[in-house]
Design a protein around this ligand. Structure first.
Ligand SMILES: Cc1ncc(C[n+]2csc(CCOP(=O)(O)OP(=O)(O)O)c2C)c(N)n1
Length: 641
């Protein structure tokens, strides 16, 4: 650890440094982040880019009282390092360690547990109004990236900035990147402005703002007008924000920490909302991340060799994501109606090859999940076969669009929900534990989940009608395919029953015994654990049935007829128990009970309705009880009672 960083255990320590020392401290922090993330994995490129910005904000403001609101929050490592958490970086994103995102449970310096884009400006507005009502003068700062500020929620918030009659500073951290290059009209506008800037222009703007600051605070409006006049001709980015009536400053160099300190000092005095537009470089200071920021947006541990990265050995098995991407590309070769849509997650959802191969049938709409769904609805209405590829957690943003424009119209949109289930190190903001719940209640929606690589392909073929006699027609209703952030199970865990084509609402029997009194009914990739439990019990001489449900909507009647056969049921799922697959079975069973039937027992295994902290995915599954051992134990308990 660098000499200066060693002395920094709180923002007060930072304030003891001379402003010139922040330059050296920035370098030390960059090295610290690089070293830590190379060992633990984490969000690298965005954090390397936001070091000076964060130091300057902390140098000027007092975030014990003042409020700093992070958008997404994946770029908050410098903030964590200087707010007393640097020693915890050895366990970054691990159990009993610190989260990779802001988290008020960890520190009084964090206001919200965030992880989804587009929330900082609106929450800042709320806090600013709250401060005003309580006659408090604490400063409110929202830090947001250029890809997140074009999110619909951000624009809704900007549209309401007029509600704030006091200070509120929005810092736009523009690195011209989302995870990938930013997309859309605003991104193009920003990049045109960026290209028109020289370093000297940025210096000039900084000087311009600062020259006018002595009057800020006394006559805010007048000062803003003067600044606007002096920079308007040169810097058209201001026009966009000015048209929304948001006073705009910049763009300025986001790595010039000394100037940033002066700017924050000055702009913090405004008694009015304003935007400071800052240019930074994603991945700054580490050549591999600087040249390939997408690859280092979020990374697993890696080995550094000087300024280079040693590549990791390939994993033993492919992931659900890669099987999905490969197979979708293959199906698209045969069916030119297939189009893919994603919202800023091309790589994460496995669409890189699809994009390369079918650039005219690939749409990245940026961080705009609701628009993605409605665009898909329009595509489906005009006869195409849209495949919406969005993580389970981010699809939550589109709840209403899924219902109104897709389910209500019964349009054949295929939703591919990557990162369904527990997601490991990203933790509670990113788990995909609610999708069955929020989708199952919608009429017309077909919910399916592949158990392994073979089923991943079959589920896609089913949803896209590739397995039907007239494949061009496909299914005539929306289909959801959910799968986890995981490798596919080993070949020996792919039973023959899983190789049969998917049929609407039909489960497959993997093991059946007339002597069994318990049936394990699994949904999705957790079939591997069900098979493990069956194996454990078989060795003890206990026979159980194993059913692969394949569908959570509609539920196969065959599952319910197990109850008629006197079998107890254990359902397992990588999802919240509230409103999940087990709930669907319980609801169907309740209908039977209403008709006066005495039924055997049903036990449901899945995630509790509580937050599951960052950890490995395997440990999280163990924590919620989705393991072969726990399933076997549950079966024994049922048999014994
Ligand atoms: C609603 C939502 N959709 C998608 C994501 C996934 N995501 C995380 S960071 C990121 C890119 C953010 O870009 P930007 O705000 O410009 O910040 P940068 O990483 O460039 O610093 C995306 C798309 C998310 N966090 N939230």
């Amino acid at each position: 650890m660098g000499q200066l960083l060693e002395q920094i255990n709180s923002p007060d320590d930072l304030k003891n440094l001379a402003v010139e020392q922040l330059v050296e401290l920035s370098d030390e922090i960059r090295q610290f982040i690089l070293g830590s993330v190379s060992r633990t994995g984490g969000h690298l490129a965005s954090n390397l880019g936001a070091v000076e910005l964060t130091l300057a904000m902390h140098y000027v403001f007092d975030f014990k009282a003042d409020k700093l609101l992070w958008d997404v929050g994946h770029q908050c490592y410098t903030h964590k390092i200087i707010t007393g958490r640097k020693d915890k970086f050895t366990r970054l994103r691990q159990a009993d360690g610190i989260s990779g995102f802001p988290n008020p449970d960890e520190s009084e310096y964090d206001q919200f547990a965030v992880g989804h884009a587009g929330t900082s400006i609106a929450t800042a507005i709320g806090m600013a109004i709250g401060q005003l009502k309580q006659k408090k003068k604490d400063k409110i700062i929202a830090l947001i990236g250029d890809a997140s500020i074009v999110n619909g929620a951000s624009f809704e918030a900007l549209n309401n900035l007029g509600l704030v009659k006091r200070q509120l500073l929005i810092v736009l951290n523009d690195n011209s990147m989302a995870i990938d290059a930013t997309v859309g009209a605003v991104a193009k506008y920003f990049s045109r402005v960026r290209l028109s800037q020289t370093y000297e222009d940025l210096r000039k703007t900084t000087r311009n703002i600062l020259e006018h600051t002595p009057v800020i605070g006394k006559s805010v409006e007048e000062a803003i007008e003067r600044i606007k006049k002096s920079i308007r001709m040169v810097f058209p980015a201001s026009q966009m924000f000015e048209s929304l009536n948001v006073p705009y400053f910049g763009p300025v160099d986001g790595h010039d920490v000394e100037s940033l300190v002066q700017l924050f000092d000055a702009l913090g005095e405004l008694e009015h909302p304003a935007i400071l537009h800052v240019y930074t470089s994603k991945g700054k200071g580490f050549r591999p991340a600087d040249s390939r920021p997408s690859k280092f947006h979020s990374t697993g541990p890696f080995k550094m060799n000087g300024d280079e990265v040693e590549t990791q050995a390939d994993t033993i098995r492919p992931s659900f994501t890669s099987i999905f991407g490969e197979h979708l590309t293959k199906l698209a070769e045969k069916d030119d109606k297939i189009v893919a849509i994603t919202s800023a997650m091309c790589d994460g959802t496995g669409l890189m090859d699809f994009r390369k191969r079918f650039s005219d049938r690939f749409y990245d709409v940026g961080i705009a999940e609701s628009a993605a769904v409605d665009i898909a609805a329009g595509l489906a209405r005009s006869g195409l076969k849209p495949v919406v590829c969005i993580y389970s957690t981010f699809l939550q943003r589109s709840f209403d669009q899924i219902f109104q424009e897709v389910a209500l119209q019964n349009l054949p949109v295929v939703f591919c929900l990557d990162r369904s289930g527990v997601v490991g190190s990203d933790g509670p903001t990113h788990h995909g534990l609610m999708d069955i719940g929020y989708l199952r209640m919608m009429p017309n929606m077909v919910l399916t989940a592949p158990a392994n690589d073979v089923e991943m392909k079959l589920a896609l073929e089913f949803a896209l009608g590739a397995d039907s006699p007239s494949p061009s027609e496909g299914l005539d209703s929306p289909v959801v395919i959910r799968y986890p952030k995981d490798l596919v199970p080993a070949k020996k865990l792919v039973p023959a029953a899983c190789t049969r084509p998917f049929k609407l609402g039909k489960s497959v029997i993997v093991k059946k015994s007339k002597d069994s009194s318990v049936a394990i009914v699994s949904y999705g990739s957790v079939l591997a654990e069900a098979l493990g439990a069956e194996d454990i019990l078989a060795k003890e001489g206990i026979a159980v049935d194993v059913i692969n449900a394949r569908f959570a909507a509609p539920i196969d009647n065959k599952i319910l007829s197990l109850l008629d056969d006197g079998k107890n049921i254990i359902t397992i799922e990588d999802h919240s128990l509230s409103c999940g697959f087990g709930s669907a079975v319980l609801e169907a069973a309740a209908e039977k009970m209403e008709r006066g039937k005495q039924l055997p027992t049903i036990r449901v295994l899945g995630a509790p309705r509580s937050l599951i902290g960052q950890d490995s995915r395997k440990a999280q599954l163990t924590r919620v009880g989705i393991t072969a051992d726990k399933i076997a134990k549950t079966a024994r308990e049922m048999i014994d009672s």
